[in-house]
Design a protein around this ligand. Structure first.
Ligand code: AHG
Ligand code: MN
Ligand code: MN
Length: 337
């Protein structure tokens, strides 16, 4: 990376003038997320060492219990956003209910609510495989200064003001969009600064990767089974290659760069799929569309779905537009029969 690359801080300052009525609130919010991301990154990177250091009595010298990383990440993001007084409400995959930061004698006129999956792909943490954080930002719909309500969180994804993810991979990156384009920044851990490394990210014209947990194959709907067989057929640019990490963030990130489709369909065990509409699918769908891709539940655009509950699950088809459309075609055809 050259020194001429723009830093995330500089990028945010430059972009702020593009928002006509911006008070800088959204910029400060993204700044808080990037800070929390650095703290979580530090913890994720030493995850493998915790036991080693712990047994030597080094890590736990202050009597702090070793925490599960998803609980830790949840606390870091919530504390950072609350302490910086930057949002009016937070909903997290790790919390039963949403959190209102307005109330009591605390004055808070902030406009934005944040929804997040603080640690995505947590089953990969013990085996040194990439994990991530996903965030989604909306403008509240209830009046500023009053406690937030469920209504502020149950907005369709198309109302998102910004969304993004942090991937704690071979390097740590933050990728986000405030609605214009998708930009990726890589963390230089030596100085703790993110640099613009992936400006204006777009899915390549054509994709040849399909990402799905094929272990669940027999439980998949007929349309998905047929689409998988289509991916494996020897014809034209097929067979496609199969890649599945088991961390949505990492699978999405790879597919956006290399071209591919990610599918988590309904199964007999999870009739509405496994992924969560508000914390995982909406933000990824927002990014996918801004990067020229598409996201659907197999029939309907993800961003059009009106949520009915916080932890709602949904089937998810996301990636290169053409590939998602093809999969939808298989879904429709199987449904008709
Ligand atoms: P989380 O760690 O936040 O619970 O999310 C895990 C999700 C997602 O990241 C991943 O794509 C999917 O679960 C993997 O599920 P399977 O193990 O069922 O394939
Ligand atoms: Mn997740
Ligand atoms: Mn999670």
């Amino acid at each position: 990376m050259t020194q001429h690359n723009k830093t995330l801080g500089e990028f945010i300052i430059n972009k702020q003038s593009e928002f006509k009525y911006s008070s800088g609130e959204l910029s400060r919010l993204i700044n808080s997320i990037r800070l929390a991301g650095k703290i979580v990154n530090h913890e994720v990177n030493k995850a493998g060492l915790v036991d080693i250091l712990g047994t030597a009595g080094v890590e736990n010298i202050q009597g702090e219990d070793q925490q599960k990383l998803d609980v830790y990440a949840n606390e870091v993001f919530i504390n950072t956003l609350v302490n910086r007084e930057i949002v009016c409400g937070i909903a997290s995959e790790e919390e039963d209910d949403f959190i209102s930061i307005v109330g009591g004698n605390k004055k808070n006129d902030n406009k934005y609510v944040v929804l997040m999956d603080p640690l995505d792909g947590s089953s990969n943490i013990d085996v040194n495989v990439s994990v991530g954080t996903i965030f989604s930002i909306y403008r509240r719909v209830t009046p500023a200064g009053t406690p937030v309500t469920l209504e502020d969180f149950l907005q369709p994804g198309k109302q998102q003001v910004a969304a993004g993810y942090i991937v704690y991979g071979t390097s740590t990156m933050i990728v986000y969009s405030t609605g214009h384009g998708v930009n990726g920044f890589t963390l230089n851990p030596a100085i703790g600064t993110y640099y613009l490394s992936h400006p204006n990210m777009k899915f390549p014209e054509k994709g040849n990767i399909y990402s799905v947990n094929e272990g669940n194959y027999i439980h998949f709907p007929k349309g998905v089974k047929k689409y998988i067989k289509y991916c494996q057929e020897e014809e034209g640019d097929r067979p496609y290659t199969s890649r599945y990490i088991g961390s949505l963030v990492s699978d999405f990130h790879r597919n956006m760069i290399k071209g591919g489709i990610y599918i988590y369909p309904s199964t007999s065990k999870n009739p509405n799929g496994k992924l969560r509409l508000l914390y995982e699918c909406n933000p990824m769908a927002f990014l996918a569309e801004r990067a020229g891709g598409k996201a659907s539940d197999g029939f309907t655009r993800i961003l059009d779905i009106k949520p009915t509950e916080l932890h709602q699950r949904v089937s998810f088809f996301c990636g290169n537009k053409e590939m998602v459309e093809k999969a939808e075609k298989f879904m429709r055809k199987a449904k008709k029969k």
